[in-house]
Design a protein around this ligand. Sequence first.
Ligand code: ADP
Ligand code: MG
Length: 697
Amino acid sequence: MANVPEIFGSMVFNDQKMQERLPKATYKALKKTIQNGEPLDLSVANVVANAMKDWAIELGCTHYTHWFQPMTGVTAEKHDSFIAPSGDGQVIMEFSGKELIKGEPDASSFPSGGIRATFEARGYTTWDPTSYAFVRDGSLYIPTAFCSYTGEILDKKTPLLRSMERLSTEAVKVLHLLGKNDVTRVTTTVGPEQEYFLIDKEMYDQREDLIFTGRTLFGAKAPKGQELDDHYFGSIKTRVAAYMKDLDEELWKLGILAKTKHNEVAPSQHELAPIFSTANVATDHNELTMEIMKKIAEKHGLVCLLHEKPFAGVNGSGKHNNWSISTNTGENLLDPGKNPENNTQFLLFLAAIVKAVHEYQDLLRITVASAGNDHRLGANEAPPAIISMYLGDDLGALVESIINDKEYVSKGKVKMMTGVDVLADFKKDTSDRNRTSPFAFTGNKFEFRALGSSLNIACPNYMLNTMVAEELSQFYDELKDADNLDEAVKVLIKKVFTEHQAIIFNGDNYAPEWVEEAERRGLLNLKSLPEAEAHFMDKKNVDLFVNNKIMTEQELRARYEIELENYAKQINIEALTMIEMAKKNITPAVTSFVRELTETALAKKSLSEAIPTVVEEDLITSLSNKLVCFTKKTAELEEAVIKANDYSDDNLAYATYYRETVFALMQELRAVGDSMETETSSEYWPYPSYGEMLFNV
Ligand code: ADP
Ligand code: MG
């Protein structure tokens, strides 16, 4: 058994190690940088770098790497060794402050959306001291931000850090106005719940669709799926338990607060949730968690699938982004307290969030859009593509009473009787759960539930932070010169709730009526990435990011182009993989099976005309017909992929074409393929079945 407190953070250059290993003055200077974002002196950086290096070498490191989050969707790292020639043919181990602070990776192969001039390939990585350095596989990892030589941001961390700063500034201004003068900083906190699938490595290796695209492109339904709900919170199988134990330990060593683990709804699906931390650290930790989930799986002969929809017909995987804001004085600003009706501060921040989600619902939808997540949103397993907010019965009633000038009567906390003597009665939380809502208030935080499982959470969080900062800054301007502040705050809260109540929906988001109701309310229903992304460069969105100094218009445009292009590329890879599977494996397999059937029928006939061959003949007819259709559809898909080039000048048209034409044909091809699978002997079928993959771990 691992001694958890002992291993926790053992691979992290955390505060404790800084205190132990840094001279007092250096520690203080570094702490100031971490807490207040003050720039760090090179002389201080030199001392820090040296201490980090000594510590890393003790843990067996030979290299260091600037670790960053480019626009590819995965993290990037380039390893340099610590060695430096000492002049006498020997080497010494060195690591300077300059090397700690700044790296110069070649940026030319990272997506830049056309920002980076091709003649200037250099990019910079800059140390982010607010996220601890750590050791992994013999390298010292330094979390960094990534920008082009000319300073344009090319990563996901920079906008997140800027947005946290913005939100802090605006929230502090509002709090000072309300008399909370001791608050000097407000932090965004995030706890991401991560879903994933585990399947057997041997099965995985036989499926090129999983290898190339992360999801199955063919596959008939297994006789059993998730209909019995017997997997959710079910007892964890030995092999999976061993994996989870290893995973927890590895994460704990890296200072990641892995807390909850359980089985999810779909067979072979699981979830891991950490205890929340600052948005920046939560992002780095979630990226690391996903990488380590995959690594540890290999050790157990498993593969961890983080794709949003690895299997058709059973739930896909998402990520719940629990988000809140709290002050440096320890107050959670989204905690309603015992009497929310008298808590104007809470109501003001709530109003800012309601207004933000309503006005920027398109951005929240865009930020969770991806080729993978297109399969989930609106498929009655994840929140719909329509963004709305759930406040719960109590808070919902309070907001309604404010809008209608009615007295608020708290329904109070409902006492639930368990009916079992040994179990203590517990109080039902007033913020009841509505699992169908994309953006739900859950007690003292909002849970943004529309994220796909593989998403980098930096994106939804910088969007959220920025839009809430914007609303708070508008509130501040409106309130700062008020003669009667109390009254002005109340008027503002009422006005905002009244004008933006359309975004609040406490009902069932999966119900077909909601789609119509949402339309009546004027809410957007953006069903796919291209549809959503088409709104990204709308003036109000550009203004939001530019005015809040998160990104320039050019940087935004770059992101827009990258998202669309990636989307088209992903579907393109899927289409090509399908074509290959169809031509090289499925068609030949079915042909062979039909030949066997034919030979059997002929053999029977040659024995005696009296032996019935109707079974073989029916199957031969059915499969032969399907094969004709399958081959035709494969050819159509091939043609469609070639034709895509006609659209490649305009990324929006390109992505839309992939969605509307290529993806649609893929669905058709799959339907025929899956239907052939159900009629073909498993001896001939070239791929492990859904049943084997989902129930074999
Ligand atoms: P559930 O599955 O019921 O939604 P979990 O306990 O699995 O609940 O996850 C809740 C997540 O919310 C955890 O990661 C938790 O740390 C996080 N969380 C709790 N309080 C806050 C907060 N103030 N800010 C951000 N995240 C929070
Ligand atoms: Mg949750």
